[in-house]
Design a protein around this ligand. Structure first.
Ligand SMILES: Nc1ncnc2c1ncn2[C@@H]1O[C@H](COP(=O)(O)OP(=O)(O)O)[C@@H](O)[C@H]1O
Ligand SMILES: O=C(CO)[C@H](O)[C@H](O)COP(=O)(O)O
Length: 553
């Protein structure tokens, strides 16, 4: 663990805990937003059937305890002022005594989380969308199978006795963590607005739950899904309980914040940075010209506006769900990091790649990037895919097409299976993800957003090729934060707000998020990428044509 040196030791620290899809991370962060300690612990995932993805809330809490204990080692605990959590928007199910309930036919209650990327509730979401309820305008016009209402309906229709009838509490994972830390069942406005159809100003809409067949949730003033709602960063109850304090290795009573979904924490961690001196157009523009792109297992595209903007196929507008007082639109790609890993690991040359990367003590991504540099010769690296094109929706399209039936496509395959072939397929996959971002930005701009700069964070932002392709393909500069783990800075910002050390989320954002590096697009390559984008759009057009042909007589 690194502890700051010198005389200017900051007096206050905040702990941020980030529960991603693949691992739990914690950081000890000072008032200037610098990470002074970091720890990571992988978490289990189960796929009992295709498209069913489950986790365990006990496992996740145990991992939170391991990493938090690690980051506070050697620190005077009295200097820790606040704790903030963010997590994926997965559905946690507990009984009336707060014990885990199984979300599977096998009755395994350890597996009590339906993960965000679970697509079991296809028939349920189809029926919810057929209602055309007015609430759907706040999720881009079409509810996603990844949201909570279809998953709740699936549980009611499929696990009535073993789960639904026994359930006492349905939590979004970020809210489960803040409950576990404080005993307070209040939900964050972020999770309820973004994934549960709650409206910041009007609250729950009874008519929606009745229309979709989940009227039982209205009982007791929505006590099973949340009837006390707090803004992210608000201080919860009496802070950390003695029991949770012992688990986490922190002092009892420190402030614990109402949480955020992970992408939203990433947004807070990057979007408010002072950009003066980098030659960026957004320096002279309002904060609404910035798009935060949080790229991990999935990518989430977070754009804010002063007035609500309704963008077909893009989630939101959600009021105050990320930056207080601003509306949020959230575009997304359900699998990005997961897709790159799927393509790389599934290739025949993967064992060779692994062996060569290990021999050089490099990650497979760093090895592939340097391999591409070798084979590109004098041309720009992106030109290696002139005849290889990928459509990236291997897990359906979240935005802006909002079509979960779409599949992945690759065109331009050859009879080779060597390392060159793998490296070029990896490049084409990264480019396809960047073209997906371009499509999302175009949809947001057509509806009224005006975006000039991307702020990238998450695991994929550690990949220079991924960052470069996003700059070249969107034609926009990409800002990377000083702290690579910006999602954790966002979680720490929550803890800092709950501690009362900052008067607002905006003030904490401005003080704690910092620019590290800016990657500008290579405008010389624009014509090439415009042509590849034309092909990209044709791919999905053709996929729809194939489906129509196969449906016909
Ligand atoms: N050092 C790295 N270089 C390149 N890509 C990386 C690196 N580390 C992680 N990744 C990519 O980031 C993805 C995971 O990002 P992460 O933010 O950790 O995910 P999550 O929050 O969903 O658990 C992986 O799927 C991988 O593709
Ligand atoms: O739906 C989301 C945010 O609204 C995220 O995609 C989901 O939470 C998973 O995040 P990650 O890819 O960082 O694990």
């Amino acid at each position: 663990m690194a502890v700051p040196s010198g005389d200017q030791k900051p007096e206050s620290y905040y702990v941020g805990v980030d529960v991603g899809t693949g691992s739990v991370r914690a950081a000890l962060v000072d008032q200037r937003g610098t990470l002074v300690a970091f720890a990571e612990q992988p978490i289990n995932q189960w796929e009992p059937q295709f498209n069913h993805h489950e986790q365990s809330s006990e496992d996740i809490w145990a991992a939170c305890c391991v990493v938090t204990k690690k980051v506070v080692q050697g620190i005077d605990l009295n200097q820790i002022r606040g704790l903030g959590f963010d997590a994926t928007c997965s559905l946690v199910v507990l009984d009336k005594q707060f014990r885990p309930l199984p979300v599977n036919h096998e009755g395994n209650s350890h597996q009590n989380i339906i993960m965000w990327l679970d697509h079991r509730a296809v028939s349920q979401v189809h029926r919810i969308n057929e209602t055309k309820h007015s609430i759907l305008q706040y999720v881009g016009g079409v509810m996603s199978v990844e949201m909570q209402a279809p998953k709740l309906l699936w549980l009611k229709e499929n696990l009535r006795e073993t789960c639904w009838d026994k359930a006492g509490h349905f939590f979004d994972l970020p809210d489960f963590l803040s409950w576990k830390a404080t005993g307070v069942t209040a939900r964050s406005l972020c999770s309820l607005v973004c994934k549960w159809t709650y409206l910041a100003e009007e609250g729950w809409d009874d008519s929606f739950w009745k229309m979709v067949g989940l009227e039982d949730l209205i009982a007791d003033n929505y006590s099973k899904i949340g009837n006390q709602v707090l803004p992210p960063g608000a201080s919860l109850g009496n802070g950390l309980t003695p029991e949770a304090a012992k688990d986490l290795g922190l002092p009892a009573g420190i402030a614990v914040a109402a949480s955020l979904i992970d992408a939203h924490a990433g947004g807070l961690g990057v979007i408010g940075a002072d950009v003066r001196g980098y030659g960026l157009a957004c320096e002279e523009q309002p904060v609404t010209s910035r798009l935060a792109v949080i790229c991990g297992t999935s990518s989430c595209h977070m754009g804010i506006s002063k007035d609500p903007i309704f963008v077909p196929g893009i989630w939101g507008p959600y009021f105050s769900a990320m930056v207080p007082g601003f509306w949020l639109n959230e575009g997304g790609q359900s699998v990005t990091g997961k897709l790159i890993d799927h393509m790389v690991q599934g290739h025949a040359a993967f064992p060779e790649l692994q062996a060569k990367a290990t021999a050089r003590c490099q990650s497979v991504y760093a090895y592939l990037n340097s391999h591409l540099d070798l084979i590109k010769k004098a041309q720009p690296v992106g030109f290696l895919t002139v005849d290889l094109h990928v459509w990236p929706d291997f897990h359906g399209n979240r935005s802006p097409l909002a079509d979960l039936t779409l599949k992945g496509m690759v065109t331009g395959l050859k009879l080779s299976q060597d390392l060159d072939d793998l490296a070029i397929l990896y490049l084409a996959t990264i480019q396809a993800i960047a073209f997906g971002t371009r499509l999302i930005i175009e949809a947001m701009e057509a509806a009224g957003h005006s975006i000039s700069t991307l702020f990238l964070c998450g695991g994929l932002s550690k990949n220079p090729l991924f960052v470069k392709m996003h700059a070249d393909i969107t034609g926009m500069p990409v800002v990377l934060s000083q702290e690579v783990e910006s999602v954790l800075v966002g979680a720490a910002i929550l803890g800092a707000c709950a501690s009362g050390d900052f008067s607002s989320v905006q003030e904490a954002m401005a003080r704690m998020s910092k620019v590290g590096k800016v990657v500008f697009p290579r405008h010389e390559d624009k014509r090439y990428y415009d042509k590849k984008y034309q092909v990209f759009l044709k791919l999905v057009e053709h996929q729809k044509e194939y489906a129509a042909i196969m449906k016909g007589d």
